[in-house]
Write a protein that binds this ligand. Structure first.
Ligand code: ATP
Length: 371
């Protein structure tokens, strides 16, 4: 049982109706959120949606205009940053250039006047944790970007905070290193049993590292769910569009009943049979959101397991190696995308430009969205 599925579970971090205004501008808008102990939680959203402000309020660098923040049962109002059991790792690691790796990791511990023997032991432990034992005497400029990132991580963890805040921590790394580091981060978080809160605008990163994701827009949370739920059942067009590629089909409700809804696409006029129920009235306009990998594409006959089928013409094919994305036009009005895994080698393309094809999908392929 995940804690967030248990209504009795006590949250570790709680934002209760938190608002943050800068002058007339509302950066965070009456936002409530519960994060549980040992969770790896991601705040995901575009630039300026308020993610960093949320994190800075938790760390104590900003004060909420309204509302309260609790950590481990304690109201954080009035608690100064250095008294909060949280540590923040910034995008621009801010390592001290003149100090060695060891010196950087020990810095905060020295400031806290920890005895020297204990500092040395803690630094060794941290070096081992991030696999940099052999680099202890180097200066930051003698390290790669990924190694610098690990020093920054070791420094943030040295004081053993209860919560680690990561603000776009991997932004400076190239794609391959970023992916490796994402897996290292999740391993580390699981080993340490700590609560991690990451801020990112990169949906793949959020999906890779997080147990749950809060998708933010304009100072509000639009959806909080696991990566799979966010991807499979987005609750709005905003989330559907923000995460991955999706076909968004405008449609009207033609018929509805227990366990089914029949829609009619506005452009193209084709029916869509679904196994989902909707509150929208017959005649109302909704959106049907369907991932391209749920759409089968074939010459002639639709997939027998599919309740939905529509004829289309291929007008573009993007070959991406692992998958190919087919863009197919239904009439002149609407284009649907079908993503197909290239499991066998494409010696000759089975489907090519201008081919007449049939697109088909199951009743449960997509979700009906009303907002
Ligand atoms: P990014 O990914 O670009 O960092 P973000 O989601 O982290 O975006 P925030 O840094 O939380 O966004 O900022 C939210 C909004 O609040 C932005 O429009 C920003 O300009 C504004 N803002 C943040 N800090 C201040 C401040 N000290 N004074 C005035 N406005 C601010």
């Amino acid at each position: 049982f995940a804690p967030w599925e248990n209504p009795q579970a006590v949250p570790y971090i709680e934002f209760r109706n938190v608002t943050k205004r800068f002058g007339d501008f509302t950066a965070v808008d009456n936002l409530s959120l519960k994060i549980y102990e040992r969770e790896f939680f991601a705040l995901l959203g575009g630039s300026g949606c308020g993610k960093t402000t949320m994190m800075r309020m938790l760390a104590g660098f900003e004060t909420p205009t309204e509302g309260e923040i609790f950590l481990d049962g304690q109201n954080l109002a009035g608690v100064p940053p250095h008294r909060r059991p949280v540590n923040m790792m910034f995008q621009s690691y801010a390592l001290f250039p003149h100090m060695t790796v060891e010196g950087n990791i020990a810095f905060g511990l020295k400031q806290d006047r920890m005895p020297k023997g204990e500092i040395d032991a803690r630094v060794q432990e941290m070096l081992k944790l991030v696999k940099l034992e052999a680099f202890a005497k180097r200066k930051p400029h003698q390290l790669s970007g990924g190694q610098r990132q690990r020093v920054a991580l070791a420094r943030s963890l040295a004081k053993r905070p209860k919560v680690l805040l990561l603000d776009e921590p991997l932004g400076a790394l190239d794609r391959k290193l970023r992916e490796e580091t994402q897996f290292e981060l999740t391993d580390l978080q699981a080993d340490l049993g700590m609560t991690f809160l990451i801020v990112t605008h990169d949906q793949e990163e959020a999906m890779t590292v997080a147990d749950r994701i809060a998708v933010m827009d304009a100072g509000r949370i639009v959806q909080v769910a696991t990566p799979a739920e966010i991807y499979e059942t987005p609750n709005s067009r905003f989330v559907a569009d923000f995460i991955g590629d999706i076909n968004l089909i405008e449609a009207t409700v033609a018929e509805r009943g227990p366990g089914y809804t029949r829609l009619l696409a506005v452009a193209g006029g084709f029916p869509i049979e679904t196994d989902q129920e909707t509150d929208a009235a017959v005649g109302a306009t909704v959106w049907y959101a369907m991932r391209p990998e749920k759409v089968r594409i074939a010459h002639g006959t639709p997939d027998p397991g599919c309740a939905n089928a529509v004829g289309a013409t291929v007008w573009d094919i993007a070959y991406l190696g692992d998958v190919s994305i087919y863009h197919a036009r239904v009439g002149d009005a609407v284009t649907l995308r079908s993503t197909v895994a290239n499991v066998t080698r494409l010696v000759e393309r089975p489907i090519s430009w201008d081919d007449q094809v049939v697109l088909s999908w199951e009743r449960g392929a997509g979700v009906i969205l009303t907002s």
